[in-house]
Design a binder for this molecule. Structure first.
Ligand SMILES: [Zn+2]
Length: 376
């Protein structure tokens, strides 16, 4: 359905090249969107993205002022950067695409893109995305009236890659609704929150409570907001399937939104043990029946590869790793994912979850994402 292929991403990256020129040409428009950052729960003064940044720029800049000359120079830049990092034929392809984008721009300007969100900081555009029942596997979701927030990164260092950040839990009423564990309605192969053998599980659970009394859902949200800002700083676009206390999107809804709007999906969790056991990811169960079921069969290797990269990145930032860094688990998230998708456990009830620790974890996760996409 609305699956995104490599070619579409290439096109998107090419189009972004034009915005580089727009941004370089002068100040950028400041919308009421700046308030999004200031109002966000748990936002700290030291955060990477500050509302004040938005206020520093004055005046307005529209697509009309983008001259042909600047378009050409943006195209040349794309070509040069492609030549440096990719093969000659890839460079030629980028160059051709950039030229095509320029001709598109000449015909239509950038009006089409200007409606895609509020500029919440220079080069970062936020828009809300609704769940669609047309999404593949969408009919398996029980709760999907909530909206996701899409942060379109058009900054100079943009990578043209979207990461879905999923602040685990935080969906009131999710415990009482049930959804199928697998798209083919077969029973679960491992025991977790729901026992092996079950055909249905809670649409989304409420999560554990840390030893100090803090709800897991509160910490996963703080973590998600820090990670969002860190990934945007790094040049990624970000899809937030929850960025307030409650998001009326269950596990299936979050997963299919990531399938359609992002290039990978990272769900943030802390485990329910109380031994401060360290970080690990939920890997795809080795049960043959599970790995042969679609969409798992086509994607399980990518899920595990992303999980390993994230644990590597966290380890590189000094995080303690539990065992070999993975635990097999049959999760809704994996069962319905068509993009690389991982439930990462960042510790447990006894683990420190202070600001400094969360920032280090965000650095580690970002390192892992970079490693996975090969951008470092
Ligand atoms: Zn959790």
């Amino acid at each position: 359905m609305r699956q995104r292929g490599r070619s579409r991403k290439k096109n998107r990256r090419g189009k972004n090249g034009l915005y580089l020129a727009v941004l370089a040409a002068g100040a950028v428009a400041v919308g009421a969107g700046g308030a999004v950052w200031a109002d966000t729960a748990f936002q700290e003064p030291g955060d990477v993205i500050e509302a004040s940044l938005a206020q520093e720029s004055g005046g307005e800049q529209t697509g009309e002022s983008l001259s042909g000359e600047e378009s050409v120079s943006a195209a040349a830049e794309e070509s040069v950067s492609a030549a440096a990092g990719e093969s000659a034929s890839a460079a030629a392809e980028e160059s051709t695409k950039a030229a095509e984008e320029n001709s598109e721009s000449a015909e239509s300007g950038s009006g089409e893109e200007s409606a895609s969100g509020e500029e919440v900081k220079p080069g970062i555009f936020r828009s809300e995305r609704e769940f669609s029942t047309d999404y593949v596997y969408g009919e398996f979701s029980a709760i999907h009236t909530g909206k996701a927030a899409f942060y379109d990164n058009r900054q100079e260092n943009r990578k043209g890659i979207t990461v879905c950040v999923n602040a685990g839990h935080g969906c009131s009423g999710g415990e009482t609704k049930k959804t199928y564990c697998h798209p083919d309605k077969t029973p679960k192969v491992t025991s977790g929150t729901t026992a092996a053998g079950a055909v249905k599980s809670s649409a989304i659970s409420s999560g554990m409570t840390f030893s100090d009394g803090t709800p897991e859902a509160e910490v996963t949200l703080r973590m998600a907001l820090i990670l969002r800002d860190r990934l945007l700083e790094e040049g990624y676009s970000v899809l937030m399937v929850r960025e307030t206390e409650d998001s009326q999107l269950d596990n299936v809804a979050r997963t299919v939104m990531a399938n359609n709007l992002a290039d990978c999906h990272i769900a943030l969790h802390w485990d329910s043990t109380a031994s401060d056991k360290g970080v690990f990811f939920m890997s795809v169960p080795s049960a043959a029946s599970y790995r042969s079921m679609e969409p798992v069969a086509s994607h399980w290797e990518d899920h595990n590869r992303l999980g390993k990269a994230l644990v590597d990145g966290l380890k590189g930032q000094g995080a303690k790793v539990f065992g070999n860094g993975e635990m097999e688990m049959d999760l809704t998230q994996t069962s319905f994912s068509t993009v690389p998708s991982v439930d990462i456990e960042l510790g447990d009830k006894a683990s420190d979850h202070g600001e400094e620790t969360l920032r280090r974890l965000a650095d580690g996760l970002t390192d892992g994402v970079n490693q996975f996409f090969g951008t470092v």
